[in-house]
Design a protein around this ligand. Structure first.
Ligand SMILES: C[S@@+](CC[C@H](N)C(=O)[O-])C[C@H]1O[C@@H](n2cnc3c(N)ncnc32)[C@H](O)[C@@H]1O
Length: 198
C-alpha cells in the first residue's frame, strides 16, 4: 500500500492499515467525511490513533486536505473514492471505530436503495470492527434513523447502546459539528445511533 502524505492510492489489493503507522493504538474510519472538519478535529485530539477516511466529492476531499495541512496532522490517510472499496480491502477486526455522519439521505422511496446503510455495509462493518469497537451513525432524517436501526437490529454482531432517549437525542460528548449537520436540511433534529460490535 503506497501513501503520499495523507493520500491513500486506490487500494487494488488487501492491506493492513496498522502497517501505515506502526505504533498507532487504534485505527478509526470515517465514511463520507464531506469537508472533513470532524475527521480532522478527531485526529488532532487523538494523535495516537490512525484515522482513515474516504470521500468521493472532490471539493470536500480538498477541504479536508486543507484542514490536515493547517493542523499539521500526520495521523490521517484519505482515499478519494468509495468507502466500500476501502472497506473491502481491510482485514478483519482492524478498526476500533467507524463514523457514518449524516450520510446522503436519499429520502425519495425510489432512491432509498442508494443509501449507504444496507445489509452488505453492516456485514462489512461487523467484519472490520474488533469486539467492543463501535459504529456511530447520525442523521437528521427520521426515516433514515428507523431504516438504520432496522438493519443493525437484524445483525447479531451489533448491539444498540442507547439506554435512555437522550442517548439518541443528544450529540455524544466528543462530537464535532459537521458542515452538513449545521445546515439542518433534514426533517428532524439530529438523531445519534451508537452500535457496539459484540
Ligand atoms: C450529506 S454529506 C455529509 C458529509 C459529512 N459527513 C458531513 O456531515 O458534513 C454525505 C457525504 O457522503 C459522501 N458519500 C456518498 N457515498 C459515499 C461512499 N460510497 N463512500 C464515501 N463517501 C460517500 C458524499 O460524497 C457526501 O460528501
Amino acid at each position: 500500500m503506497e501513501t503520499l502524505g495523507p493520500l491513500l492510492t486506490p487500494p487494488a489489493a488487501p492491506f493492513d492499515p496498522r502497517e501505515l503507522r506502526p505504533g498507532a493504538s487504534e485505527v478509526w474510519l470515517e465514511a463520507g467525511f464531506g469537508a472533513g472538519e470532524h475527521l480532522a478535529a478527531q485526529a488532532a485530539r487523538h494523535p495516537e490513533v490512525l484515522s482513515l477516511g474516504a470521500e468521493p466529492f472532490v471539493n470536500g476531499f480538498a477541504a479536508c486536505l486543507a484542514h490536515i495541512d493547517d493542523a499539521g496532522l500526520d495521523n490521517v490517510r484519505l482515499l478519494h473514492g468509495d468507502v466500500r472499496e476501502l472497506m473491502s480491502r481491510l482485514p478483519a477486526a482492524c478498526l476500533s471505530r467507524i463514523y457514518v455522519l449524516f450520510p446522503d439521505p436519499w429520502p425519495k422511496t425510489r432512491h432509498k436503495k442508494r443509501r449507504l446503510i444496507e445489509p452488505a455495509f453492516v456485514a462489512d462493518a461487523a467484519r472490520l470492527l474488533r469486539p467492543g469497537g463501535s459504529l456511530r451513525f447520525a442523521t437528521d432524517w427520521a426515516d433514515y434513523a428507523d431504516w438504520t436501526l432496522e438493519r443493525f437490529a437484524r445483525s447479531p454482531d451489533f448491539r444498540w447502546t442507547a439506554e435512555a432517549a437522550d442517548d439518541w437525542r443528544r450529540p455524544p460528548a466528543d462530537h464535532v459539528t459537521t458542515r452538513y449537520e449545521a445546515k439542518r436540511l433534514g426533517d428532524c433534529a439530529p438523531i445519534w445511533l451508537e452500535f457496539e460490535r459484540v
